[in-house]
Design a binder for this molecule. Structure first.
Ligand code: NAP
Length: 260
């Protein structure tokens, strides 16, 4: 029997749960596949992808810090990947071309809508962070028509860059952490600080009893920002596990069940 070959590539990669999630989806769909982890040195990304393809690989998931380089490497990409300027799933086509998709945003929205019955429409949204994960979810959040999105980031220039990419698509503004001055319905924490058991310094006024907070980090238990929001009475506080599974589900559909 010939198994299809998939892998997740990143640096670091040991923590990745993609193999177990994709193998579980494959089992439930009756699809035979191999799925491995590839630890890739920073300069070697493009040549490692090409070598995987040359050795019969069918597709790759891409994680930090390679999502932007994966976008640049693809021959074709989905519209949502073009919006995010990032790719987290690459399919190798029979003619040798590469087709990329970005599924973090749809993963976030599907987790909120399907697993928590939470609609973003008309909500005041605060996005904390302006790195790869934040830029990956902007387009899909805007599709849901929030009343506003405020992007707050330590490096303001990066938040302004993100605002300029998406400014025609909704009511977007930028703030420093300390200048945030009102409560939000939905707060999405997309900095990497939870991985270091830390949180950004934020004013308490951003939380009220209606606030729903999602920390994108997963596998870290209750993180400092989750604890902080809970202590201030936020209505719901979740981590990024559901988003992780939903983005993998969308990538699995892209790999196995959708036409290019
Ligand atoms: P990234 O591209 O490296 O961006 C890091 C972000 O964290 C930037 O906004 C950066 O701000 C901020 N940051 C880092 N150190 C900081 C500090 N000391 N103080 C304040 N801000 C700081 O990382 P990423 O790929 O966006 O990932 C961010 C998080 O999302 C990670 O925890 C990752 O695991 C998680 N994630 C989860 C999923 C999921 O499916 N659940 C998917 C993707 C990512 P500056 O711009 O100022 O440097």
């Amino acid at each position: 029997m010939s198994y299809k070959k998939y892998a997740v590539i990143g640096n670091p990669i040991a923590h990745s749960r993609s193999p177990e999630i994709h193998l579980a989806f494959a089992k439930s769909c009756g699809i035979d596949l191999n799925y491995e982890k590839i630890q890739c040195e920073i300069p070697d990304f493009e040549k490692t992808v090409k070598a995987f393809q040359k050795n019969g690989g069918n597709g790759l998931n891409i994680t930090s810090p390679f999502k932007n380089r994966a976008f640049l490497l693809c021959d074709e990409t989905t519209v949502r990947a073009q919006m995010a300027r990032a790719v987290n799933a690459i399919k190798f086509e029979d003619d040798g071309s590469t087709f990329g998709d970005a599924t973090d945003g749809v993963g976030l929205v599907n987790d909120l809508q399907n697993n928590h019955q939470y609609s973003i429409k008309n909500k005041r949204v605060l996005l904390i962070g302006a790195g790869g994960a934040a830029s990956s979810v902007m387009g899909d959040i805007l599709d849901e028509q929030p009343s506003e999105i405020v992007i707050a980031n330590r490096t303001i220039e990066k938040a302004l860059d993100l605002e300029s990419i998406f400014e025609d698509l909704g009511n977007i503004s930028v703030s420093s952490f300390e200048n945030l001055d009102h409560a939000f319905d939905l707060i999405i924490h997309a900095t990497s600080l939870s991985l270091q058991n830390q949180k950004p310094e934020l004013p308490e006024c951003i939380i009220n009893q209606a606030t729903f907070l999602l920390d994108m980090t997963y596998n870290c238990g209750v993180t400092p920002i989750m604890q902080w929001a809970q202590s201030l009475g936020a209505s719901t506080v979740i981590d990024g596990e559901g988003m992780l599974i939903e983005q993998a589900r969308a990538a699995f559909v892209f790999f196995h069940l959708s036409k290019s």
